[in-house]
Design a protein around this ligand. Structure first.
Ligand SMILES: C[S@@+](CC[C@H](N)C(=O)[O-])C[C@H]1O[C@@H](n2cnc3c(N)ncnc32)[C@H](O)[C@@H]1O
Length: 198
């Protein structure tokens, strides 16, 4: 999703249904070019075929390629205080807490500055939490608070009626799966300069 939303080293990324913070944290790792799994061990490190110095050199090479000058920052919010605490804790564990800000906030109060920000989000579906009618009410609210302008909006949802509830046709839709759940990824491009547009 972050690839499709063109999250880059200077992106301001928002997720107003941030839950445990997955999108914000993955966005930070991607924008800063932090190698996947840099902080963990691998079973293959015990294989004789790969001498230990190779692992050390590759880790060090990966860290040299981190975009330390990146302006990237991520802003998350969620109505649930537990989710908010979890997201903060996960960002700390992933080593990106400096780039991630989280707050408790209902979607009804969501605002983005009129800049070329990117919203990537996974709203409640009415499967595990809420019912379908409540989820659709949230989709309507998103249509109201996600203002047209420079910001691009990228929303994953299994609701085939999403565009009708949201109130706008997406610029593009990609079929994606969230686990076993068939979803659409609704892409609303912001008014960005042509050279940045996908
Ligand atoms: C599908 S989950 C998002 C999961 C998230 N991507 C993650 O990494 O954990 C939807 C989230 O929306 C939040 N939510 C539900 N109603 C909300 C509302 N009215 N305003 C803001 N957040 C809400 C829930 O607390 C939940 O964390």
């Amino acid at each position: 999703m972050l690839d499709l939303a063109f999250v880059k080293k200077d992106t301001q990324l928002y997720d107003p249904f941030c839950g445990s913070g997955t999108i914000l944290i993955e966005g930070a790792l991607r924008a800063l070019n932090i190698p996947a799994g840099i902080g963990r061990g691998f079973a293959a490190e015990r294989w004789d075929a790969v001498p230990p110095h190779i692992w050390k050199e590759e880790r060090s090479r990966g860290l040299d390629l981190v975009h330390r000058d990146a302006q990237f920052c991520a802003f998350g919010s969620d109505i649930d205080r537990n989710a908010f605490e979890l997201a903060l804790d996960n960002a700390r564990k992933a080593g990106v807490a400096e780039r991630v800000r989280v707050r408790v906030r209902d979607i009804r109060e969501f605002k983005v500055p009129d800049t070329a920000a990117v919203v990537v989000t996974n709203p409640p579906y009415g499967e595990r939490m809420l019912d379908v009618q409540q989820a659709r009410q949230i989709e309507k609210t998103m249509g109201r608070v996600f203002k047209r302008g420079m910001t691009g909006y990228y929303i994953i949802s299994p609701d085939e009626e999403f565009e009708a509830q949201f109130g706008r046709r997406a610029n593009k839709i990609r079929r994606l799966y969230n686990g076993m759940l068939r979803c659409n990824f609704y892409m609303y491009y912001g008014d960005r300069p042509k050279k940045d547009a996908p």
